[in-house]
Ligand binder design. Sequence first.
Ligand code: NAP
Length: 317
Amino acid sequence: MNTDYDIIIIGGGPAGLTAGMYGARANLKTLSIEKYLPGGQIANTAEVEDYPGFEHILGSELAQRFESHARKFGLEIVSDNVEEIFKDGEHFVVKAAEKTYTSKTVILATGGSPNLLKVPGELEYAGKGVSYCAICDGAFFKEQVIVVVGGGDAAVEEGIFLTKYGSKVYLIHRRDKLRAQKVIQDRAFRNPKLEIIWDSAVESINGENKVTHVMLKNLKTGVTSRLDCGAVFVFIGFVPNSKITREPLNLDPNGYILTDENMQTSVPGLFACGDVRHQLVRQVTNAVGDATTAAMAASKYIEELEDKHAAKSAAKT
Ligand code: NAP
């Protein structure tokens, strides 16, 4: 079976780059297609302190290390926007905006996109005070009041990071308990520049050319109030990018891809790893572990395919 590549990986975050490193290291012709720059979400994460071996590393630096390590083993990386993936007989066709590629296997490491708050003013002030990336935009709001929305790991960690810039950071959470890990919560509670506004929702984001205030509603009392601020950072989870293949994939009710323990999806030869896959936690550590399994499983799949073809041609002669 002649194809352009043995493995095509869609996505160039930690999962995609790790799968790429293992694929290339196994001497398989391996390509990673990434829409933006390699690194994925981690490249926009301020600081990482829970990746073993690195007590403290900038997300952007960890992303660069993943990339250069994978390239060293021969991973090819292209920037293109994959529009469709489908199976043609035994091989896969990956249609991207610039080019169409073929491969024996595909690994989906497409991650997810941030959820929107869906309140008036959010889209109007995007880039004018509304942001989804603290490391990208935090420095624009030095000595200003910053609002962070959400109660998970991302909101609390990025809220703490934003206290480096803001005069004050208000974390708006819709419940009276954070979802974030205890160790991260404790750090937030100890930070004098961070204040949590419990049981509250942002009803609207308002301004004049740029954000000037939000309107809050206390969900227990129904009381609304105005909070003056220069920026609103939204960290309320994300949607998995799983709707990329024409093949019918088994998904969980939230759209995450279901796989077996070898990262194999419901389509033979199509694997998934990282944040797009259904799992208990979405950490870099388990993304890279699952990506290793996906690459090894893809390699085994290719071997079996080649053995099958060899047996067929032997039977003919
Ligand atoms: P998440 O864990 O799903 O948390 C989302 C938060 O946003 C929850 O607190 C949720 O409130 C709130 N929320 C959801 N929809 C909302 C809405 N419409 N309005 C207001 N609030 C809303 O998402 P995440 O924090 O992005 O984390 C995603 C994954 O990445 C998690 O598995 C997390 O562990 C991982 N992560 C890990 C680290 C780390 O360990 N260093 C850092 C970042 C992310 P409720 O709590 O009420 O549901």
